[in-house]
Design a protein. Structure first.
Length: 385
């Protein structure tokens, strides 16, 4: 596909033979049509999409106009087989009830590879792919940013618990076109002998090195292991699980008045970090961040032990003038939760890097507290005023 193409159809990317044809870009798919996505750090989604009228929109706005959840309400699922093929996505809609826009991001993987599985697919006799450890190997794959409902469809498609298991992948590295590092993405890994890597002459065969017609004729044995370090998942993924970090640039930093909300959920010491954008003084005693292209917002990156419990309370604390988004930090590509300003911009005044409005408190003032406990639950609105 030419690099300038913004829109393409399923007919451009047939599903057969497995794993099907795939675009060389990130895209969002709906109604048999895919639209190219481009990274844009000035957008809340971090991505922009071209519309039919030639306008460019924040991907989150485009999704909202179609009644679909934003990127912050989706989880990253590594796709290394047919699920990145537009025609296969339409098959999932027709056969398994997949609904809503599907967001597919182009990524490079390091240290893992798609290899041919030991068994064939029952429905068409083709040989599917499985993931295996592959030190020193770099491949091009994709990451779905999937809603929980879309993950449920993938569960049925992949035969979760029988043919494949859903896990958080630790082996290797997954990096997006915008530099985003997808730490521990969800991934469907082989389960049982028929979805073990096929060993031919004692070694797995990479899908990138042998096409489907020849792969079907392979003869070998099932490997005892895929060599991957991964944590199998029970239940449905929750979007707030990823990432497990918070970027604070104002009151949610250690020593500031909002820190007692965060402290019980800190999984270790924070580190200094810079985010792309500009920090402003709201005149209300706390700062605002507007997104931008340059890393001019200093703050603290705090690891979290239970973001699913913490984040709803922080959403209430920040209020309607702020929007929780996922940010990619420019220095190392780490993804983090952050709160961007969506309130009235007329009141904002530019601040220097070292100027952070807001009161300080003792760093250990929330020791032993919980978000759902009455003291913090009542106090958090008062802290900001």
């Amino acid at each position: 596909m030419p690099g300038s193409t913004k829109l393409f159809t399923d007919a451009d990317y047939p599903a057969d033979p497995y794993p099907g044809a795939t675009p060389d870009c990130s895209f969002v798919h709906l109604d048999g049509v895919a639209r190219r996505l481009d990274p844009d750090p000035t957008r809340y989604a971090g991505w922009r999409v071209s519309t039919d009228g030639g306008r460019v929109e924040d991907l989150d706005d485009w999704l909202a106009a179609r009644g679909a959840p934003p990127l912050a309400a989706r989880v990253p699922v590594l796709s290394y087989g047919s699920n990145r093929c537009p025609s296969k996505i339409t098959w999932l809609r027709r056969q398994l009830g997949l609904s809503g826009p599907v967001v597919v991001l182009d990524v490079l993987t390091e240290g893992v590879a798609a290899v041919w599985a030991a068994g064939l697919r029952a429905r068409d006799g083709q040989r599917p792919a499985v993931l295996a450890a592959a030190p020193g190997v770099t491949e091009r794959h994709a990451v779905w940013l999937a809603t929980p409902a879309q993950v449920a469809v993938l569960d049925r498609c992949e035969g979760r618990g029988e043919r494949y298991r859903l896990a958080r992948l630790r082996t290797g590295r997954v990096r997006g076109a915008d530099g985003t590092v997808f730490d521990r993405p969800w991934c469907y890994l082989g389960a049982g002998p028929i979805r073990a890597p096929l060993l031919v002459a004692g070694a797995p065969v990479r899908c990138a090195e042998l096409r489907q017609p020849d792969a079907r004729r392979l003869i070998g044995t099932a490997a005892a292991t895929d060599g991957l370090d991964a944590d199998e998942v029970t239940g449905a993924p929750h979007p707030d699980q990823w990432p497990a970090t918070l970027f604070g640039y104002g009151l949610l930093q250690p020593g500031r008045s909002g820190w007692p909300l965060v402290a019980p959920y800190a999984a270790g010491a924070g580190r200094p970090a810079l985010a792309r954008g500009t920090r402003y003084d709201t005149g209300l005693g706390w700062p605002a961040m507007l997104l931008g292209e340059h890393p001019d917002v200093p703050g603290t990156l705090t690891p979290l032990c239970d973001p699913v419990e913490l984040l709803p309370a922080l959403d209430e604390y920040e209020g309607p003038d702020y929007r929780r988004i996922r940010l990619t930090l420019p220095h190392d590509g780490a993804v983090t939760w952050a709160y961007a300003w969506v309130g009235d911009r007329d009141r904002l005044r530019a601040t220097g890097r070292g100027d952070t409005p807001g009161r300080t408190v003792a760093t250990n003032s929330a020791a032993g507290s919980r978000i759902n406990g009455q003291p913090i639950g009542v106090q958090h609105k008062e802290i900001r005023r």
